[in-house]
Design a binder for this molecule. Structure first.
Ligand SMILES: [Zn+2]
Length: 130
């Protein structure tokens, strides 16, 4: 016997038979949510979230966990994502101006930056390095 199942999404806010035209995903803290909404309520939610999102800092989804790690196991703790240097900043923290400077000094644009270049940038920043 053939069966045909039709899924009709309804607006979760309306709570009646109002059709949901949109599914909005959002997160608060570590919790992820998905809600089916009609045009009106999807618009309201997006407008409200946009107000805060526009003021917030963007954070990479997944808490920085490597997408290749499908085991679900916790990654071994690394000693900080960014290498701490005696200068208090690393190549990842450079402004585009400082990157240009470092490249002009012979840095490849990625990887470790030579001490003398870091030293020069630190001096430009007014950081006294012992
Ligand atoms: Zn609604």
């Amino acid at each position: 016997m053939a069966q045909r199942t039709i899924v009709v999404k309804t607006c979760d806010v309306h709570g009646d038979d109002t059709d949901a035209t949109d599914t909005v995903a959002f997160g608060i803290g570590a919790e992820r949510f998905e809600i089916d909404l009609c045009d009106q309520h999807a618009g309201e939610l997006r407008e409200t979230l946009a107000r805060y999102a526009g003021l917030g800092r963007r954070v990479r989804a997944g808490g920085g966990r490597s997408p290749s790690n499908g085991s679900g196991a916790e990654e071994p703790k690394r000693k900080g994502d960014r290498a701490r240097t005696k200068y208090g900043f690393s190549g990842a923290d450079l402004t585009s101006e400082e990157r240009d400077f470092a490249v002009a000094q012979g840095w490849a644009g990625r990887g470790r930056i030579k001490d003398e270049i870091m030293q020069a940038i630190a001096e430009k920043r007014g950081i006294a390095v012992a």
